[in-house]
Design a binder for this molecule. Sequence first.
Ligand code: BGC
Length: 722
Amino acid sequence: MPPDPKGGIEMLLEAMTLEEKIGQLNLVTAELTESGPRVTAECLDAVRAGAIGSLINLWGPKLTRSVQRVAVEETRLGIPLVLAADILHGHHTIFPIPLGETAAFDAALWEQTARAAAEEAAADGLHLTFAPMLDVTRDPRWGRIAESPGEDPWIASRFARAKTRGFQGSDLTAADAVAATAKHFAAYGAVTAGREYASVDVSERSLFETYLPPFQAAVAEGVAAIMPAFVDLAGVPMSANVSLLRDVVRTRWGFDGVIVSDYAAIAELVTHGVADDIAEAAALALRAGVDIDLMGHAYTRGLATALERGRVMMEDINAAVRRVLQLKARLGLFDDPYRRGSQGGLSGARNKTRRSLALDAACRSIVLLKNRDGLLPLGAPARVALIGPLADAPCDMLGPWASAGRAEEVVSIVAGLRKALPGSEIVFAPGVEIEAEDLSSLPAALDLAHSADVVVLCLGEAASMSGEAASRARPDLPGRQGDLAAQVLGVGKPVVVLLASGRPLLVPWLIDQADAVLAIWQLGSEAGDAVGKVLSGSWNPTGRLPVSWPVDVGQIPIFYAQRVTGRPADPANHDTSKYIDLPVEPLFPFGHGLSFTRFALSHLRVRPDRLLASEELTVEVDVANEGQMAGEETVFLFLRDPVASVARPLLELKGVAKIALAPGEKGSVRFTMSSDDLAFLGPALAPRIEPGEFEILVGPSAKQETLLKATVRLSVETIVTL
Ligand code: BGC
């Protein structure tokens, strides 16, 4: 346990005035200007008066030190500040957006990039990040899908653990550790119709089976903070949700860290229509267990009145302040408030190790969606026409949460391709802008297409079109990019399409007509080099889709773990669960992703085939590289419980394994499962295992037809309640 403040937290609490206590619960923002963060004189005065306990958007060793010095030396009690920022996928060195990085299906990588981000953030004087974002989402209209680990709760839970470990390290007091925040609790990914900030109304079962597990995993990993989502859940805003924040998070899960509101979310309880004034909003949030008010100014403006009215007790305020002081102690701030940032920053994103990690992460995030007749890798074409508004758009490679990342430090696609194909002439034209209507530059781009051996079309979204407040009712190609693509395809040259976006883009016609298509998301600092490596063949793609890729908006929400229904889709039977105008299947299933080589899976072995509740199950499958190139295959392990007291999903992910194989080489992957993996939430939402048969399905994606299947019988006499 790190040292407490002199005399301990309790003595400090005793010594505090009500204003000072409320100050500790108040988190405000510094100013983020073009040239970086800055603090105003008013903000410094408020720190001096003890009216601010934490700040966001302030970094840099000198600046953070000078502001911290005011808190430590010029306030009555000398309590240090917590300095926070949104470090989602890198601070100076920018890694792929979380959705992209999830496509790597590699927990070790997720942890390493969080570690590297924490090192840079801490070296810049930061203590707390508002990450990882753990909202399972099945709706690409929602812009924040870019920040999320995709559609699957099992993967999101692994992501939660890896990121928490990576940010916090093994010792939160260390000079390179930052406290993590699991956000946005919970079910924000299920906003109505994908519309940002809209109401959420999911069943208790979905909540406990799908949306809460990643948060529970983060808590089990020791995450320091949780941020409730902006939204209401069936009418109860998350910032005032007693039954989830107190009963589930604090009591059931034993979470003793801080709960920090989202931006102005406490004040917005008035707008939600559950509080009639700011004092009541403050009371509702505090009573639900929200310790820190981020930019709502609700605690500073309303808590004293709420206390006078008897809507909160001093003990509620003390409990929140105690948790904030404990966070400061856990971070080692009472011991040495200047430990982070004291070595000078790691700015400039020039550090070789972190750049090479960013390149590795970017390579692993790229998903090869299609490769007709093995067009890729490109070999050595004489002339490549690189066309499209995203080909030279470094800023848009950074994604929506780029922290201190700078466009000047990003390798653009055009630069990366020139480096990767030194023997080819790369000619470039944007053709159109990302969003504008102007078509005047299109003819020049078509001329280039005519003159080339192969065309690489780099299309997609601006960074600002995903992330917060970036819902798109039609998540397809914005502006006139569709016209550009159609005309370039009309030229008749082989076409590779790079889709640079924060979400699956719904352009089935383009994917159908192009020869090769890659999802390159927003890959960060090393975007261009990673794309260059894939197109030239020096990296054989390994990325897999962490979300089902819909054919059309009408299929949303779409995810692999659907239930079978009483009338499963049957093309020969009209009265079954399907559309009359669209397929039921996504364009690409969860887990889809091609390689330049070919793998075959065979000989699924599951042992034993009759299992006692206490036993382990071993699942093994052979994998052969049948192509001409070394590569890495990803193998997914799914479970299906065909008969249970509650209808179970068609598939539930229970494991992911990777295997690297030389051409012609054979190997096998092995998973172990315990009977706990066969458990589910029974009719009363209590976990239990029911006897009977289970199907074990193993394959390269969630596409049913590609899965190998074995059956195992669980021989328990009765239901086992866990
Ligand atoms: C976002 C959070 C973020 C916070 C602070 C909010 O608008 O929803 O994800 O952590 O701002 O920047």
